[in-house]
Every structure is written in structure tokens, then in C-alpha cells.
Write a protein that binds this ligand. Sequence first.
Ligand SMILES: C[S@@+](CC[C@H](N)C(=O)[O-])C[C@H]1O[C@@H](n2cnc3c(N)ncnc32)[C@H](O)[C@@H]1O
Length: 215
Amino acid sequence: MHELDVDDPASAGEPRGRVTFGPVDIGFDDRVLVPRPWTIAQARWAREMLQSLSVGDVLELCSGAGHIGLAAVHGTGRRLVQVDQDEHACELARANARTAGVDSDVRCGPMTRALDDDELFAVVIADPPWVPTAGVTAFPDDPVWAIDGGDDGLDLARECVQVAGRHLTPDGVLVLQLGSVEQCAKLETTVQACGLVTAETRTLDGGALALLCRR
Ligand SMILES: C[S@@+](CC[C@H](N)C(=O)[O-])C[C@H]1O[C@@H](n2cnc3c(N)ncnc32)[C@H](O)[C@@H]1O
């Protein structure tokens, strides 16, 4: 599925590989995660939710090269805001948005500081690092800072739930990626404290998804 152009010296300084991810063409390199094919399920679920929410913007937290959010909104005309704290990932996300013809506002910084208080979103997509610190050595090809979720793997997932709790519209939804449905269950205290409820979970080939909405 990956079409790497690593042999092309003309591509120096440009994304090292390209991949077709649903409806979008994505550039990436070894300073971000290689787009994982199974995560297209997260984009599709978010896109499906948009069909039942006639208005509202889309927020993607921990966007990396931006492919999940771009595949979710491509062709819908929805406004997209993408947040990642890594400057290089943000540059790739901006380039990928241009290629996809999506008008995306890519913001570089910690998710807790990237939004104005009054910004609301119909759909929030979040793909935080979710590997427990002790387990990151099992993924030697991945940048540690992109996958390390702290002791129980949920430090950043909790932040995503808190941000969603503050910035979802009343009928909005959060589509959250985690490593397993067991991790989803461990988030329950935070979910409830933020006034949200877990409506559904799904197991995927490489992880899990949870759909959260307001209580
Ligand atoms: C698991 S990667 C997901 C990236 C992308 N969605 C993908 O599928 O490749 C997690 C991303 O979260 C970003 N990140 C980590 N902590 C963050 C924070 N506090 N605020 C915003 N982004 C953060 C990392 O820079 C990394 O790009």
C-alpha cells in the first residue's frame, strides 16, 4: 500500500513516502508515524457521524500528518481544525491538506492550549499516544514521543476527553482511538467527570475506537 519514493534524490526535504488513505493522498516521513491502514475506520466512523450532524466544524486532536481528519472531511465542505504539538507533523499536515484541497487550520501546540474557550465542534477525532511507557520498545520503528501515553497509556487520552468535554456542541461526538476496549473502560471515570458517556466501542485490527457523546 505504501508507495515510498526514498530513491528519488529530488524528494530530499519533501515527504519520504506517499500513501493513499481513503479519498486522500498523504505524504509522510520517518519523523511521524507511518499512516496505519486500519485507522481509516476512524475516519469513516467520523464521516458517518457528520452525515447525521447537519452543521458544525470538525476538530482533530493529535493529528500527526493529518490523514485521519482529512479523510473524514474530504469533499464534505466542513471546516477542519487540526492540532498536534510537533512542528514537523504540523508542516506535513498543512502540505497534505493543500494536496487534498481541504481548508484546514493546523495549530501547533499542546491540545489543552490550542483552542479558544468559545470554539465548538460537531465531531472531535482524537488519536492520542496510547502505548504504556513500559511497552514502547515493542514498536521500534515509531517515534517514542508519538506513541508514549504514560504509565497506563492514557495520559493523553484523558486530555483528549477533557478537551472534547469543553468543546463539543450539545449533540456532538468524540471518536477516540485507543489500544483496546479495556483501555476504553479505564477511561470511564474521566469520561463521566467531563459530562460524557461512551455510546459504543469497536475493536479494530490494530487498536480500538470509542464513540462518546454528551450525557
Ligand atoms: C499516535 S500519534 C497519531 C498521529 C496520527 N493521527 C497518525 O495516525 O499517525 C500521536 C500524536 O499526538 C501528538 N501529541 C502528543 N502529545 C500531544 C499534546 N499534548 N497535544 C497535541 N498533540 C500531541 C504527537 O505529536 C503525535 O503526532
